[in-house]
Design a protein around this ligand. Structure first.
Ligand code: LLP
Length: 430
C-alpha cells in the first residue's frame, strides 16, 4: 500500500508527508528512500492498541532500522527486537530502554551476548543448546538471572515464500517441539542458576496474509507450555508469537489487521492455562507491517529501450543494490510516475542499473507511459530494502529521508564513492 499521506498536489505531482516527491529528488538526489513518519506512527499505534496492557510489542528492527527509527519506536512506547550487536548498539544509542529490548539470533557471538547482558536487555531468545552455558556463565558473573525465552519451531505451515518461512520442524532456527529437542532445552534452561526462563517464542514466517497461522502458533506454544507445566511445574510468563503479518504489495494482497491477529491468537490461549495460573503475556514482533507501507523509493529513469520482438525496458538509477527483494524472492511491487497522470499506458519492465540480467524491479508492468529523465516512485519499500542494501558494483547506498507534515529530514546520509574506498588499504600496506 501507499503511505497514508500519499496524494497528488495541484500540479498532479505525487506527494508524501506533505512534500512533493520531485522536490525531494531535487534536494536529496536519487535513488532515494522516502519514509513517511505518519504511516509508521499509525502502524505502531495499531499494534500497541491491539495488544493493550496485557501484551507487548517489539518492533523487529531487521525490517528497517536506523537511529531515528529506533527513536520513533521508543517514542511510540514500543520495544525493539534486535538480532545483532549492530542493531543492539543502534537501539542503545537511540535511548531505547534496555528492558524493552529482545535479542534474537541463531548464532550470537560471545561479544554480542556480553553486550546484551551488560546492557541489561529485557529478553534474550535462546536458539541453541550451545548458548545456554555461555549465558548461564554471564548471568552468574553479573550476579543475576538473565531472562530468556526459548525459540521453538512448532511445525506451523505459513503460506509464504520458502526462503522466509521459519516455523517448520526442519529449520535452522530454534528447537523443534517434535522429537524432544524443545523439551530438552526447557530442562537445560531450568537447571541454569544464571538464567530465568521467562517464556517461549516462535516466529513462523513472514508476509502472512491470514490469521490462522498466528492462532495455530499461539496454540502450539501454549500446548507445549502445558506439557512442560505438567512435567516440571514450570509455567511461562510470556508467549511471543514473533512477527510475520503481511502487507499489500499488489492489488489482491489483503492482510488482516493487527487487532484480528491478536484476537485470533488470544482466543486459543486460555484453554491451556492450568488451574491457578495466569494467561501468559502475549508478545509480538512485527517488522514489515510497521515499516513497509511507509516507504517509497524514488528513482530517476535513465534509459528506455525497446527490444524488437522483446520487452520494453525502462532502466532506473538504482535496483538490486537498494532493493534485492525482486531478485531474491520474485517479489512484486507497484509503481507510478512522480509527474502528473497521463492517459497513455505501456507495458514495460523496470530494470535496475546493476550488472545482472536478473536486476529487474518490476516485470511486465502496465504503467503510464514513462520517458527518460522522469522520476519513478516504487511503493511499499519501507521493509527489507534499505535493511538488505548492498554496495554491489561499488554503487553507494541511497540516503533515507523521512517526511512529516511538510518537513523532510535525513535519517541516513547517502554514501559517497569515497566512502566505499574508506576501508580499503593500498597493496603492501600493513
Ligand atoms: N521476529 C523474528 C524472530 C523474525 O525472524 C522476523 C523476521 C520478525 C520477527 C519480523 O517479521 P515480519 O513482521 O517483518 O514479517 N527478508 C525477507 C523477510 C525475512 C524475515 C525474517 N524474520 C523479505 O524481504 O521478505
Amino acid at each position: 500500500m501507499k503511505p497514508v499521506t500519499c496524494t497528488r498536489d495541484a500540479r498532479g505531482v505525487l506527494t508524501v508527508g506533505g512534500v512533493p516527491l520531485d522536490e525531494l529528488a531535487e534536494r536529496f538526489g536519487t535513488p532515494l528512500y522516502v519514509m513517511d513518519v505518519a504511516t509508521i506512527r499509525e502502524r505502531l499505534a495499531a499494534w500497541r492498541e491491539a495488544l493493550g496492557d496485557a501484551g507487548r510489542v517489539y518492533y523487529a528492527g531487521k525490517a528497517f532500522l536506523c537511529r531515528a527509527m529506533a527513536e520513533l519506536v521508543r517514542a511510540a512506547g514500543v520495544g525493539l527486537d534486535v538480532v545483532s550487536g549492530g542493531e543492539l548498539t543502534t537501539a542503545l544509542l537511540a535511548g531505547v530502554p534496555p528492558a524493552d529490548i529482545v535479542l534474537h539470533g541463531n548464532v550470537k557471538t560471545r561479544a554480542e551476548l556480553e553486550l546484551a547482558v551488560d546492557a541489561g536487555v529485557g529478553r534474550i531468545v535462546v536458539d541453541s543448546l550451545e548458548e545456554l552455558p555461555l549465558l548461564d556463565e554471564l548471568g552468574r558473573r553479573a550476579g543475576r538471572r538473565v531472562a530468556v525465552l526459548l525459540r521453538l519451531t512448532p511445525g506451523i505451515e505459513a503460506h509464504t515464500h520458502e526462503f522466509i518461512r521459519t516455523g517448520q520442524f526442519d529449520s535452522k532456527f530454534g528447537f523443534a517441539t517434535l522429537g524432544g529437542a524443545a523439551e530438552e532445552a526447557v530442562q537445560a534452561a531450568l537447571e541454569c542458576s544464571g538464567l530465568y526462563l521467562a517464556g517461549l517464542h516462535a516466529h513462523i514466517g513472514s508476509q502472512i496474509l491470514d490469521v490462522s497461522p498466528f492462532a495455530a502458533n499461539a496454540e502450539a506454544l501454549m500446548q507445549f507450555a502445558r506439557r512442560q507445566y505438567d512435567r516440571w511445574g514450570w509455567w511461562p510468563e510470556e508467549i511471543d508469537i514473533g512477527g510475520g503479518l503481511g502487507v499489500s504489495y499488489e492489488p489482491g494482497d489483503d492482510p488482516p489487521t493487527p487487532a484480528a491477529v491478536v484476537r485470533a491468537a488470544r482466543e486459543r490461549m486460555a484453554e491451556w492455562v492450568p488451574p491457578g495460573r495466569a494467561v501468559p503475556i502475549l508478545s509480538v514482533e512485527p517488522g514489515r507491517s510497521v515499516a513497509a507501507d511507509a516507504g517509497v523509493t524514488l528513482y530517476r529513469i535513465g534509459v528506455k529501450k525497446r527490444v524488437p520482438g522483446g520487452r520494453t525496458y525502462v532502466a532506473v538509477d538504482g535496483g538490486m543494490g537498494d532493493n534485492i527483494r525482486p531478485a531474491l524472492y520474485q517479489a512484486r511491487y507497484t509503481a507510478e510516475p512522480v509527474g502528473p497522470p497521463r492517459p497513455e499506458r505501456e507495458v514495460v519492465t523496470v530494470a535496475g542499473r546493476y550488472c545482472e540480467s536478473g536486476d529487474l524491479l518490476l516485470r511486465d508492468a502496465d504503467l503510464p507511459r514513462l520517458e527518460p529523465g522522469e522520476l519513478l516512485a516504487v511503493f511499499t519499500t519501507g521493509a527489507y530494502t534499505y535493511a538488505m542494501a548492498s554496495t554491489y558494483n561499488r554503487v553507494p547506498r541511497p540516503a533515507v529521508v523521512a517526511v512529516d507534515r511538510g518537513d523532510a529530514r535525513i535519517w541516513v546520509e547517502r554514501e559517497t564513492w569515497a566512502d566505499l574506498a574508506r576501508y580499503d588499504r593500498a597493496l603492501g600496506s600493513p
